[in-house]
Design a protein around this ligand. Structure first.
Ligand SMILES: NC(=O)c1ccc[n+]([C@@H]2O[C@H](COP(=O)([O-])OP(=O)(O)OC[C@H]3O[C@@H](n4cnc5c(N)ncnc54)[C@H](O)[C@@H]3O)[C@@H](O)[C@H]2O)c1
Length: 255
């Protein structure tokens, strides 16, 4: 367990916490004393991460959540507050893509990607912000992507546009709620070694992206995204808001 306990006794929400970046970040918050709500659609994964945190001496609660459904998100925020006190930190992390060129993309797949990658971020903030406003403030970090900032050939148009939306929505919220002592930032991961990426790209394809499009020729590790999220959420980042922080090994600047 970490000796640095920046989130001791604080109520924290992590969405999509059952795998990959969300799992690593939920574990990192709990290791620093956070009271973590594991908001996850997949019950088996969510419960497994929750049990692992508790087994490690941390505090966590699993709340089955569909981040694209408003009633589910509202209930999740209420459950987080009831279990751990008013939400102080949120990491809104759910997002995904279906591959296909712009011409091939069906409207159904476009809508699915925008719902899961952008609408989920809106719904989470919509229900987290009133709690933070009423309780003296808080921090929000949303997961965007490098492909929301620059052209990434491997990412579909739907996903890139949705993640650009996450970056701007985060900035919009930061401007609106700074007066309420709420800071809002986004993280922009480069190719990160998670189960989602393993299901979409072979190891060879991942190595190709890392070596051709980054200064540092390897995939990002989920723990490296978690470290940035915890910093942005911590009091050390008290004067950082409205930023989109790239964690990508110098992504896209090398070529
Ligand atoms: N892995 C990368 O290279 C990479 C790069 C840039 C951005 N991102 C973004 O990082 C975030 C996390 O990605 P990851 O690679 O860790 O993915 P992952 O698939 O490993 O984890 C995502 C988790 O979200 C859960 N989830 C899916 N739909 C949900 C819903 N509707 N409600 C609640 N939970 C839901 C999944 O069950 C899963 O546990 C996503 O927003 C993704 O777009 C990932």
């Amino acid at each position: 367990m970490s000796s640095n306990r920046r989130f001791e006794g604080r109520s924290v929400i992590v969405t999509g916490a059952g795998s990959g970046i969300g799992e690593a970040t939920a574990r990192a918050f709990a290791a620093e004393g956070g009271l973590v709500t594991i908001a996850e659609l997949d019950g088996d994964k969510g419960r497994a991460v929750c049990d692992a945190i508790v087994a490690d001496g941390g505090k966590a609660r699993f709340v089955e959540t569909d981040a694209t459904d408003e009633a589910s998100v509202r209930a999740m925020v209420e459950a987080a507050c009831a279990a751990h006190g008013p939400v102080r930190h949120a990491f809104n992390n759910v997002g995904a893509a279906k591959l296909g060129s712009l011409e091939e993309l069906s409207l159904e797949d476009w809508n699915w990607t925008v719902q899961i990658s952008l609408t989920s971020t809106f719904l989470a903030m919509k229900h987290e912000i009133p709690v933070m406003k009423a309780n003296g403030g808080g921090t929000i970090v949303n997961t965007a992507s490098m492909s929301g900032r620059i052209f990434t050939p491997s990412a579909p148009a739907s996903y890139s546009a949705a993640k650009a939306g996450v970056i701007h929505l985060s900035h919009y919220a930061s401007c609106t709620y700074a007066r309420d002592n709420i800071r809002v930032n986004s993280v922009l991961p480069g190719l990160t070694a998670t189960p989602q990426i393993a299901s979409m790209f072979t190891l060879e394809q991942q190595a190709e992206v890392a070596s051709h499009h980054q200064m540092i020729h390897r995939c990002v590790q989920p723990s490296e995204i978690a470290a940035a999220v915890l910093f942005l959420s911590s009091d050390e980042a008290a004067m950082i808001t409205g930023r989109g922080i790239e964690i990508s090994g110098g992504g896209a600047h090398a070529s």
